[in-house]
Design a protein around this ligand. Structure first.
Ligand SMILES: [Zn+2]
Length: 248
């Protein structure tokens, strides 16, 4: 088994806003926690830097040449208002409570994004066979890791799902044509997929996710919900088989 690990690193932000974001991520040890979480579970063939930095655009990526993961401060900055709006809509508590809720959302989403990028890294590093969209496959891995990672990580999965929901609303208000050719599924699809898989990981615990009479908070249509247990089990089986030699 490889002895490689994810190795977190923060580069100094190039703008005042990026430096504030850098401090936020550092104070909350976001990269430290997500890399430790993954390192406990999966052995890598070589060390992989996970670098938070100013990129000039909102992005996160696996670089197949450099063999590293980049997490751009700008992506955090783009996501924060999404969670702030959500906290304001839910209208609970003081401004400080809403800020904290938004920060928790950003931390959760960061975990979802970084585990997604780890998925791209694993596919490349171990030449894993993937049929269908790699983007969907690594969304599955990220959700699987979060769903099986205990209460805190389940909250992270929920934050990630909330972000896709809000981003989907924003996408639908704009011009969709460029998105149909994008390699990622639409944010709305990532929203429903990840709800379905999280629900499928424990249908009893997440029963309130399903639309039903007397459940105004339900979001997942019953027709999709029906197959989610099976979808989740297939994802679980498939990723376990693919990663079996590398699981700790
Ligand atoms: Zn991706």
């Amino acid at each position: 088994m490889g002895r490689g690990r994810l190795v977190p690193r923060y580069e100094d932000g190039r703008t005042a806003e990026d430096r504030r974001t850098q401090r936020f991520l550092q104070d909350n040890e976001v990269l430290e926690h997500v890399t430790a979480f993954a390192n406990e579970r999966i052995a890598l063939a070589y060390d992989v830097p996970v670098v938070a930095k100013s990129c000039g655009g909102a992005n996160a990526s696996w670089d197949p040449r450099a063999k590293d993961i980049t997490y751009c401060y700008e992506l955090v900055e783009e996501t924060r208002p999404v969670f702030l709006e959500q906290a304001a809509r839910e209208g609970s508590g003081s401004a400080a409570d809403r800020t904290r809720a938004a920060e928790d959302g950003v931390i959760g989403f960061s975990n979802g994004v970084l585990l997604h990028e780890l998925g791209h890294g694993l596919v490349d590093m171990y030449d894993l066979p993937i049929t269908g969209k790699e983007e969907d496959a690594v969304d599955q891995l990220a959700t699987l890791l979060l769903a099986t990672g205990g209460e805190q990580h389940i909250d992270y999965a929920v934050s990630t799902i909330n972000a896709w929901g809000a981003l989907a609303d924003a996408q639908e208000a704009g011009d969709l044509s460029g998105l149909f050719s994008d390699e990622h599924s639409l944010s709305a699809q990532r929203f429903y997929n990840e709800i379905c898989w999280l629900y499928g990981s424990d249908p009893a615990a997440f029963a309130s996710a399903v639309i039903a009479v007397g459940n105004p908070d339900g979001v997942l249509p019953p027709l999709r919900a029906e197959g989610c247990r099976q979808e989740y089990e297939q994802i679980h089986r498939s990723w376990n088989r693919l990663l079996q030699p590398y699981l700790k």
